[in-house]
Design a protein around this ligand. Sequence first.
Ligand code: ISC
Ligand code: MG
Length: 470
Amino acid sequence: MVTIQHSTIHKKVACGVEQAKSVSRSVIVSTSTKVDYAIDPVAFYRQGENRIGERFFWAAPNGDFVMVGVGSAHTLVSNSDNCFKQFEKDWQELLNYSTADQIEEPGVGPVLFGAFSFDPKKEKTNLWRNFPIAKMVLPQHVLTITKDECWLTVNMMVDQNTNAEHLADAILKEQQNLLQNLTKPTYNPSHRELTIEELDKDEWIASVDKVAGQIRSSEIEKVVLAREIRVKSDRPFITEEILDRLLTEQPISYIFALEGGEDCFMGASPERLVKKQGKEAFSTCLAGSIGRGSTPEEDYKLGNELLNDAKNLHEHEVVVRAITSAFEQGCERISVPEKPILYKIRDIQHLYTPVVGEVKKNVSLLTLVEKLHPTPALGGHPKEEALQKIRTIERLDRGLYAGPIGWLDSKGNGEFAVAIRSALVQGKEASLFAGCGIVGDSDPASEYKETQMKFRPMLSALGGFSHEFK
Ligand SMILES: C=C(O[C@H]1C=CC=C(C(=O)O)[C@@H]1O)C(=O)O
Ligand SMILES: [Mg+2]
């Protein structure tokens, strides 16, 4: 099933080589083809298994936009806290030396996909050894599925010595392999016996109590405290299987996976950080939580309770204030509803306020990400004081948990979610992360219960079940 003509791609690579010669540096050659048949994104991801360590998966809520990447034509890596600005500059420079088809569709053509650590200033542990502080990849092969179109893109980095014939052959051969087995995979739903270790559970509960006390007697208004559980299985986890479950069980969340070496960071986040499409920017304030009811009546009652609960409304309002203020710097004509509504996902319900604005001239998506991150839904308020508190009190290494994860294209469009409800999958083991917004009247036992609910999406997708997390 060849979708790009060999002669077309050969010509484009040869042109790229000429360009590389004239500018004395490597250049990106990118070409995209619209396909008129359905490609299952998980099947495409699975077919890329000989590129393990170099794949990513992204599906926006309701499958409105799906992007899968295999292989790496170029990788941007940063181990400093200046990563947003550095990547912005690197990307612009790469695009200045690129030849790509002019396609307006967001997410088609040269794209970067990647993730940023929650806090580059926090000391890194061995847990995240396979991930730098930040990385964004220009994939060799990209599958982009929008509401009514499906595209395949190949990206190549060529220099003056590239053999156009060889490169065109190799990339087409690999694309054919990726398109071999397009039927939706079926996975054995067999249940796994998981052993769950709650790391520093008592210390975490004590820290909630301590921080709530400090908040009552200081300028700090809110601090998000996270914890980790380590899960062990009798056999290796299969990331395709986990993706498949997440897509079925968490249809209105962002489903993501990013590989690093043998490890895979993945999750189902309900929380958008920011999306930019053309001139418009969209963000989401998502904070304040309660469980789901077992009957529609109970669920409605719980939702109503959340909508009127002073502690949760406060937790939420801090986020609305911070996101609005970040938008005021980068956007105009900002619209923010006065009151939150409910966002109900399988295991939990949240308070939700969407924020929309028109992006000011020359404000990029990465600039918005930098201004917004971390919102008080993940960090706290005031930002720096809350981060400092998290650095000293939290025992885990958050790594990419709660950091921005997403994509951007060559036209400035893209979207980032905050990587919560997530896990770092490492062979037969996985670390899961969950945090809670702590305010002055936080009750440690209820915050603990809230983290248990937030572990459920990933625990269930890993194929496990545990009474303590019911
Ligand atoms: C930090 C997390 O959730 C945030 C998002 C929604 C609700 C939250 C809350 O009610 O505490 C948190 O701010 C997490 O899931 O790890
Ligand atoms: Mg909360």
